[in-house]
Unconditional design. Structure first.
Lengths: 189, 294
């Protein structure tokens, strides 16, 4: 049993999903994820998203640091997901820099805006810009640090099309869906 | 006795936690998250056959199944009441398949499945409200073709809906629609709030709770995230009005809650009582406390 990602699959996947629902419902706020058995290069939070949501219909793009044999074997064995290119990916995993430019990922079509990629951004080692965010799920404006806010503003301008982001760091998860409006507070770049 | 306990164990093993299998849950969970990212947009999903007939909440029950965690405290209401057939059977279903705690108290519940009402008691952050939806497409009665309604949503072309509301005014002098009153979610998609009375529409706006909608037969899931602008469609000169019967509840005396009309005698005498049974009980308790103090 200890080789499976979750010790008690149906219970732990439900708890993991609740964290994802909360994170997606309240963008810009950090939510906690539990530990699981996963490849060392992946964070617990990123691994949890993949294990909870992916199956044999999911195209996953692994950027170069994550496209290792260990990750591929773990993902395919546990979910049956398809390792795919950028263009077809439903789920994308990588560090911020490795995923740029963003315009190669699918943003959905006007009739089916949900046919768009979900980006999982690992690590927080990017150049941070202070932003204030607003929109669905945010009671009063929140202040958070984002990399290249102009790209998130561009993404929000595509609404209701666009990409949905999860920032993952060890046991923490934070979401910026396409509906979130971004304002730069201090623009040093 | 031994036989029985064996069977009980079997019951638990037959079902995955909260009934649905993990693959189905994954598919529903993906749809739910995209629905939260695109407020008011109806995400298609491959709805499963559930152990109840269509129209009894097969959509809501699938959403609840995909969301439940063991720690949840579940409340199920049907037209505001905890003790009607549909509510009782769905509550028992999840007690059996997920072994979760249940409650009738709105403030104690972490997940509420509802048919056609929003509780009177204000909802809190992280509470999840799951709606059972019969027809998720607000434009369906105006345009039967799915290809067309999909295009209309894509183009935000909602003139037809306004014409319908205008015709109401032309015919009746006011907007006649009293339930399933269409709303615009996050300034973009026109959304069906499910057949709740329009009295409840304002409660959807800027709610701290998470609102999820499941339509089983029609195979659609949609969502209204917390703190989202939900505006009931109207005209400048005919603004939206949340109405209810202009009486007091004959049990608790509340004049703020939505009332059901009941006929109490053979000669057609009428009485009005709260549709939200939990709210009515709370008000009655408050009243008796006040009387005690006097």
């Amino acid at each position: 049993m200890e080789h499976y990602p979750f010790s008690e699959n149906s219970i732990n996947s439900s708890i993991a999903f609740r964290s994802l629902v909360n994170a997606t419902s309240y963008p810009g706020r950090t939510f906690q994820i539990n530990k699981l058995n996963k490849p060392s290069v992946l964070s617990n939070a990123a691994a949890t998203i993949l294990i909870t949501l992916c199956d044999n219909e999911s195209n996953v793009y692994l950027s170069k640091d994550y496209n290792t044999e260990e990750v591929r074997n773990w993902l395919i064995f546990n979910t049956g997901a398809i390792i795919s290119n950028k263009k077809n990916a439903d789920f994308v995993i990588g560090t911020w820099k490795s995923l740029l430019p963003l315009n190669e990922f699918k943003i959905g079509v006007p009739e089916y805006p949900e046919r768009s990629a979900t980006l999982i951004i690992e690590e927080t080692k990017y150049k941070k810009v202070k932003c204030s965010i607003d929109g669905p799920g945010i009671k009063n404006k929140l202040h958070i640090d984002l990399p290249n806010p102009e790209l998130f503003i561009e993404n929000n301008n595509l609404y209701p099309l666009g990409l949905d982001f999860y920032f993952t760091n060890d046991l923490e998860i934070l979401s910026i869906p396409r509906s979130t409006k971004i304002n730069v507070i201090n623009s040093e770049y | 006795m031994n036989e029985m306990s064996k069977n009980e164990n079997l019951d638990i093993q037959i079902y995955n936690f909260a009934y649905l299998d993990e693959n189905t849950k994954r598919m529903i969970r993906r749809a739910l998250l995209k629905a939260l990212c695109i407020p008011g947009y109806q995400v298609p999903f491959s709805s499963r056959e559930m152990p109840m007939p269509y129209g009894w909440g097969t959509g809501g029950i699938q959403v609840t199944s995909a969301c439940l965690i063991p720690k949840d405290v579940l409340k199920v209401i049907d037209q505001g009441a905890d003790d009607t057939t549909n509510a009782v059977s769905i509550r028992k279903f999840f007690q059996k398949t997920a072994n979760v705690a249940v409650t009738e108290k709105t403030s104690d519940a972490s997940l509420i499945q509802t048919r056609h009402r929003i509780p009177e008691t204000k909802l809190k952050e992280k509470q999840i409200l799951v709606y059972q939806v019969p027809i998720p497409e607000p434009l369906r009665f105006l345009e039967p073709r799915e290809v067309e309604t999909r295009k209309m949503h894509a183009l935000s072309e909602y003139g037809l809906m306004y014409v319908k509301l205008y015709e109401d005014i032309a015919k009746h002098g006011h907007i006649e629609t009293a339930y399933a009153y269409p709303v615009k979610t996050n300034g973009n998609y026109v959304t069906d709030p499910s057949p709740i009375p329009k009295f409840d529409n304002p409660k959807m706006n800027n709610s701290p709770a998470i609102q999820l909608f499941g339509a089983g037969r029609e195979q659609r899931i949609y969502a209204i995230p917390p703190y989202t602008n939900v505006k009931s469609l109207d005209f400048e000169d005919y603004p939206f009005e949340a109405m209810k019967a202009n009486f007091k509840c004959s049990i608790c005396g509340s004049s703020n809650s939505y009332l059901d009309e009941i006929i109490v005698s053979d000669d057609g005498k009428r009485s009005y009582i709260c549709s939200d049974t939990d709210y009515c009980k709370e008000q009655t308790k408050l009243n008796s406390k006040k009387e005690d103090q006097l």
